[in-house]
Design a protein around this ligand. Sequence first.
Ligand SMILES: [Zn+2]
Length: 246
Amino acid sequence: MSLIKTEALVVKASEYSESTRLVTLFSPDHGRVRVLAKGIKRIKSRDRGSLEPFSRVQVSLYLKDPTSLGTLRESALLSAPSALRSDYDRWLLASLVLEVLDRATLPAEDLSGLFERVCAYLEEMETTDRPDEVTVAVLAAMLEGFGFRPEFARCGLCGSAGPFVGFRIDKCSVTCKRCARGHEHFRPLPPGTIKVFEHLAAMGARGRGTLRLSRKQLDQLFSLLVALLQYHLEITLTSARMLAAR
Ligand SMILES: [Zn+2]
């Protein structure tokens, strides 16, 4: 059992027993860590809020190994979003991003890069007037953060240089007309949307460029990115279904 001190993002929190909460954290040093926060009722009300999703906290915890359930010793709130928690649409979008962190079992290529990118995203969500666009950008960065770099130059099946008619989810690649035909993992996309996706991906994991997407392009990219993340990380994102039903 070792004592770990780390910064972390609260990804999920639920009742474990009357006085104990089960908290999932995402840390730049240790990735996803699950801890029991005991005696939560004795903790001052100001600190209790620090163990809610979206809070950035400084914690010390006991952990046997990365996959075991740890015990929280101390937690201090570094920052907590307020707009996110009071705006249902923003909350739902950001919940999807946290759900990816919660579900993904693949190791990220650069944990601290992914951590900083998601924290920057949550900050941006406090003030942006384009929450959908900002979310699509962070999902693209996360896909790459987990090691899946979309291919835009060549058809992922035959290697042809285009023209492309959409994306193959399983190949994480653009697809020519011949290879697209009737495949279950094929998603048709207009050339303009493919271009925008390429631009998003090129902005890189840390980049925060400005893009003006149409509502249709946003919807197309959103559903494409959810499908790519679900397929390649082998996860099911339940908040994606809630978002689709908005
Ligand atoms: Zn092809």
